[in-house]
Design a protein. Structure first.
Length: 290
């Protein structure tokens, strides 16, 4: 009887973990879809709801990166949030390259000044400066495209495409690799990922892109296949990149803001790469930019 109870404990723990993950994400899905697709012409301020949502997510992501790389410094963690939001805002709201370049220069100068004012040990200073400069690009520069693609017609569809490329790849790779995976993809970085799972992830991204292409006239089937492959590779690259950040920092999750899931970056690590790919296609191929 005791053995049976002990055997049931891991199963109960898995079930409770799954229930927690579902309970966390289920209320968010309809809210995000509502903000994504609803576009009332008589409420011009509604666009700001999406802006604020994306910038808040970027602030959390910037904080998480710095908390992994510089956990002892709350001020640098806050700077990760501020600088990521500032860089993302420049990409979203400013009209010219010159204006964006001005913001970049200000962020570089502010980072240098912050480094001079802090009394960090010299052997850590270069690492702190490096991540203070890289975080706005990694988080703010990439996730800003989630905001930008919402305006590509039809409203919200390209955001859904970016999400689908990321999570279609993620989900397919996870379940197929778990069942059939044998050949390790990157054992040093992520021991559970397999080549078989990666192949299934690419197929999942292509499938999702093809499905969404039926609702997006500017995305022909051939282009959807190409974008699915690019997005699948990009998404898995984003996943592996975040694994490098976590392993090199000695942490399991990027944070704890999403119960059962970990940090925000744990959920959008692939989106960080698929969203810029989607934006690039919409801007340079479909011609929605500018």
């Amino acid at each position: 009887m005791t053995e049976t109870v002990e055997e049931d404990l891991p199963m109960r723990k898995r079930l409770s973990g799954t229930a927690l993950r579902v309970a966390t994400v289920v209320p968010l899905i309809p809210l995000i879809l509502f903000m994504m697709f609803w576009d009332p012409a008589d409420l011009p301020w509604w666009r700001w709801v999406w802006h604020v949502f994306i910038l808040a997510a970027i602030a959390v992501g910037g904080y998480e990166v710095m908390a992994m790389k510089v956990p002892s410094s709350r001020s640098l963690c806050l700077w990760g949030s501020i600088s990521s939001v500032a860089f993302a805002s420049s990409l979203i709201f400013l009209d010219s390259v010159e204006q964006v370049y001005g913001v970049v220069l200000l962020l570089i100068l502010a980072t240098m000044l912050l480094a001079l004012l802090r009394e960090d040990p010299l052997h850590n200073a270069s690492v702190h400066i490096g991540w203070s400069l890289a975080t706005p690009v990694y988080v703010g520069g990439t996730l800003a495209t989630v905001d930008l693609v919402r305006d590509f017609p039809p409203t919200g569809a390209w955001v859904l495409l970016a999400f689908a490329l990321a999570w279609g790849s993620d989900t397919s790779a996870y379940f197929f690799g778990r069942k059939f995976g044998k050949t390790k993809l990157a054992p040093r970085i992520s021991p559970k990922k397999t080549l078989e799972g990666a192949g299934a992830g690419l197929a999942g991204s292509v499938f999702c892109a093809l499905v969404i292409s039926f609702f997006v006239p500017a995305l022909p089937a051939v282009d959807a296949i190409a974008l699915g492959v690019i997005g699948g590779v990009a998404g898995q690259g984003g996943d592996l990149f975040e694994s490098v950040l976590k392993r090199s920092s000695g942490v399991k999750d990027s944070g704890g803001i999403l119960p059962g899931h970990g940090g925000l970056l744990d959920r959008v690590d692939a989106l960080v790469f698929t969203a810029p790919a989607t934006w690039a296609y919409g801007t340079f191929i479909a011609g929605f930019g500018g």
